[in-house]
Design a protein around this ligand. Structure first.
Ligand SMILES: Cc1cc2nc3c(=O)[nH]c(=O)nc-3n(C[C@H](O)[C@H](O)[C@H](O)COP(=O)(O)O)c2cc1C
Length: 327
């Protein structure tokens, strides 16, 4: 195994609210060892006033793992970054890309791109507080601002504050009139802008995100930028990650089969079920595991059949195995 020569941000799975919880990350880690994983966005308010353990606890196998924060007050961000370090996260990532109205009312997320100095103060406060990397995830523009200078200056100001890693969702966020979901599809992708950022800031780590679907596309982008972050495709088709360690980290360890992943998730469920998580809550992340294989739909329906939800997970697994034998 030799993953050292590679940039730690070479490949990652995007932070996705309600999707990339710790159970989802456990699943992803069964399939790829080296890909960097991100939590869902956790707001500074939730950490300062809520149940810290519930928001921050994770399984050791999830490393390398970044905590994504939503917030804008430098002092609050610093306290939360300290918590992240205490809980042994490998990175804190600041969300400057989310366009939801709730987030706008809280004055963070994508609207922070209009306040680069405030973000720089937040980054600096976090860097002063901890020794783990502080990174920023953002868009290439806000609303109809398409000038390259806007995103170039945003990165320039943050890099002066000490930020070295930028994850760039290669489309604008339109703050008025589009839902968060539409904001992930409708504003056009402009990969050239991200490539240009890498050319203008060769000393910074620039990670491209948005609309990447295949391993061939990942490889193409890696010719221009330091890393690629994949969101929806990795979630909906998790086994696409099976070749990643070999293809992108030069680590040819044997990859577990889909069946082995499924069995490992059944064993994991038995340890992870608690008052917040029933097994369907955990296994929902696995429903795309057989994507593209014959019988995938039946398998998916069997795992999400509500009539089974009160049965023990191992019993459901056995029933499904009898119903849909492994090909
Ligand atoms: C269900 C869902 C939830 C998301 N939640 C977050 C979030 O909490 N923080 C964030 O920065 N981006 C969030 N995103 C955006 C993704 O991180 C990513 O930037 C976007 O989906 C584009 O990448 P993709 O085309 O590879 O999915 C979310 C996306 C989805 C689909």
């Amino acid at each position: 195994m030799n993953s050292q020569p590679f940039n730690p941000w070479r490949l990652s799975v995007a932070p996705m609210l309600d999707w990339t919880d710790r159970h989802c990350r456990y699943l992803h880690r069964l399939i790829t060892r080296h890909t960097r994983l991100y939590t869902e966005m956790v707001t500074t308010g939730a950490l300062l006033h809520g149940d810290v353990a519930r928001h921050l606890a994770f399984n050791e196998v999830e490393h390398p793992l970044a905590l994504q924060l939503g917030g804008s007050e430098p002092a609050d961000l610093a306290v939360c970054a300290r918590l992240a370090e205490q809980w042994q996260y490998d990175e804190v990532n600041l969300n400057c890309g989310c366009p939801s109205e709730r987030v706008q009312r809280g004055a963070f997320g994508a609207c922070l791109m209009n306040e680069p100095q405030l973000v720089a103060d937040g980054v600096k406060a976090m860097l002063d507080a901890v020794s783990i990397p502080i990174t920023v995830k953002h868009r290439i523009g806000i609303d109809r601002i398409e000038e390259y200078n806007f995103v170039r200056d945003f990165i320039g100001i943050l890099s002066h504050a000490g930020c070295r890693v930028f994850i760039v969702h290669a489309r604008n966020a339109w703050l008025k009139g589009l839902s968060p979901k539409e904001n992930r599809d409708i504003p056009p992708l402009r990969y050239e802008t991200v490539y240009r950022l890498k050319k203008d800031f060769p000393h910074l780590t620039i990670v491209l995100n948005g609309g990447v679907k295949t391993n061939a596309e990942i490889a193409q982008h890696l010719a221009h930028v330091d890393g690629v972050m994949i969101g929806r495709q990795a979630y909906h088709e998790p086994y696409m990650m099976a070749p990643w360690d070999q293809l992108f980290f030069n680590d040819a360890h044997p990859t577990p089969s889909r069946e082995a992943v499924e069995q490992a998730m059944v064993r994991y469920c038995e340890t992870a079920i608690d008052e917040h998580n029933s097994w369907p809550q955990i296994m929902r992340h696995m429903l795309g595991l057989r994507h593209g294989l014959p019988g995938a739909r039946r398998w998916r329906q069997a795992w999400s059949d509500h009539r089974n939800k009160h049965l023990p997970v191992a019993q459901v697994a056995t029933q499904i195995q009898q119903l849909i034998p492994t090909p």
